[in-house]
Design a protein around this ligand. Structure first.
Ligand SMILES: [Zn+2]
Ligand SMILES: [Zn+2]
Ligand SMILES: [Zn+2]
Length: 215
């Protein structure tokens, strides 16, 4: 229930919630939905807006609350984040406490995977990387085609105007696969040397003296 008395002028393309909301209600209902695309009713038509323009900051490190030192150093940082509905410019409010974890870990805690470890300017949601992984296996979709689809989902009219993620995505999805292979193989510390082939999944139809071959 809205108690602010502000005008309900926002709708959201990605919400199942019906009805119009005021700015405050929009921000409250989207605290955990940072990649939704709100629309503002303006002079008789809907205009697409983004949560970043409306003051949303993706807060990291404090269970969804903003870090008390969020404005230290360079303050919240602008990043490009990809989700299944396209690319989003976001202000990311890093935790800058003395005991804060690394940027990669802070993003990971919000199910975001950094595209490159050296320059954290682009990240992808786990959802998006998983979708690509499956499309790649089942439908032979290439990173190029997937990135192109993401550009079009972001802005199908002005495709050139949205950030080009191809290079970042190509590299990021490879890292994602490696991290996944570690997880499947139970690798707790990737710096420990492994035997060649230890990340491979055994083939069930190959004769194996230990399992499916008579002595
Ligand atoms: Zn309201
Ligand atoms: Zn929404
Ligand atoms: Zn903090």
């Amino acid at each position: 229930r809205c108690t602010t008395g502000m005008k309900g002028e926002f709708d959201c393309l990605d919400c199942e919630l019906t009805g119009m909301r005021c700015l405050e209600c929009l921000l409250v209902t989207h605290r955990w939905q940072p990649f939704h695309r709100p629309m503002r009713w303006h002079q008789g038509h809907f205009m697409q807006r983004s949560l970043i323009e409306l003051g949303y900051i993706l807060a990291l490190g404090h269970g969804g609350d903003q870090c008390p030192y969020i404005h230290d150093e360079h303050g919240p940082q602008k990043m490009t984040i990809g989700d299944v509905n396209g690319m989003h410019e976001m202000y990311v409010g890093w935790c800058r406490c003395a005991n804060a974890s690394t940027p990669a870990r802070q993003l990971f805690a919000r199910c975001l995977f950094m595209a490159s470890l050296s320059r954290p300017r682009t990240a992808f949601t786990f959802r998006m990387l998983k979708l690509f992984h499956m499309l790649n296996h089942v439908g032979r979709i290439t990173p190029w085609d997937f990135a192109g689809t993401m550009h079009r989902l972001t802005d199908n009219v002005n495709v050139q105007g949205c950030p080009d993620i191809y290079k970042m995505f190509k590299e990021g999805q490879r890292q994602w696969r490696v991290v996944h292979a570690w997880k499947w193989a139970g690798v707790m510390d990737p710096s420990i040397p492994r035997k060649p082939g230890s990340l491979a999944i055994p083939c069930v139809s190959c004769p194996n003296p230990e399992t499916n071959l008579d002595k």
